[in-house]
Ligand binder design. Structure first.
Ligand code: GLN
Length: 247
């Protein structure tokens, strides 16, 4: 697969990197290297224009409300059109927690409303009540993807999906989008390649099968076309989680 190259663009890599979410990028890089797939990483900060055709996967990590406030207007103005064009040709937009919260219409805070980038039909708001905090496991139904994801969540915002909008998965343990409706994350866009989730860990070191699903989707190849790597430890952990959840 030497001719393949995964081209990743990290949006706001300094501001949106809570819980070392940038570690997700290291997983893409390492797994590409182990398979002989090329890997290119670009970064785009506030004010930077992005080329929708120059990257296969756009990544946004999590962030505190104050850092999200710095990014939200830029995301919804400077980068909006390019991200819609990228999703419109099947590129992956992958967003964690604070990034997930900004994928939809907006994020309602106590004294202001942050705009969203409008890629999917969801809305996020701060509500009275505790932070949604702790370990989380979800069940997925992704063709060629893993059956479960596991990680950690810590968010005050609650996300609500629009009526026709698919979640990324269903909560097995933990809170997910809002602690009430059992949904976790989002999967949308014209090709189902706009992916949001509240799960940190960082997510991908604990969920290598999902890293592969994202990589294959971004490269527009089947997951099965990626050469196998030694994921025995991850597989054993997931098998145990699935057994405990009665899956
Ligand atoms: N600032 C957001 C919230 O608290 C997201 C936090 C995060 O990315 N962990 O809801």
């Amino acid at each position: 697969m030497a001719e393949l190259t995964l081209r990743v663009c990290a949006l706001y890599p300094d501001l949106m990197n809570i819980y070392a979410d940038r570690g997700n990028l290291t997983v893409f890089e390492r797994r590409c290297a182990w398979r002989g797939i090329g890997f290119e990483l670009a970064g785009a900060g506030i004010g930077d224009a992005i080329d929708p055709d120059a990257h296969d996967l756009f990544y946004i990590g999590g962030g505190q409300d104050r850092d999200q406030a710095l990014c939200a207007r830029d995301l919804a103005s400077v980068k909006r059109e390019a991200l819609h064009a990228a999703a419109g040709r099947g590129a992956v937009v992958f967003a964690v927690c604070g990034g997930h919260q900004l994928l939809g219409h907006g994020y309602e805070l106590e004294h202001e409303r942050l705009p969203g980038v409008g890629l999917v039909d969801l809305d996020t708001r701060r509500e009275a009540g505790p932070r949604l905090l702790g370990n989380i496991a979800i069940a997925l139904a992704l063709p060629g993807g893993p059956a479960t994801l596991a990680g950690f969540e810590n968010h005050a915002g609650r996300t609500y999906l629009g009526a026709g909008t698919a979640p990324l998965g269903r909560v097995l343990e933990g809170n997910g989008n809002n602690g009430a409706d059992g949904t976790e994350g989002v999967r949308g866009g014209p090709y189902g390649t706009v992916i949001g989730t509240y799960i940190h860990g960082p997510l991908l070191p604990k969920n290598t099968g999902f890293a592969d699903w994202l990589t294959a989707t971004a490269l527009a190849i089947p997951t099965a076309a990626l050469s196998p790597l030694d994921d025995a430890l991850e597989a054993a952990a997931h098998a145990e989680a699935a057994r405990a959840a009665g899956l």
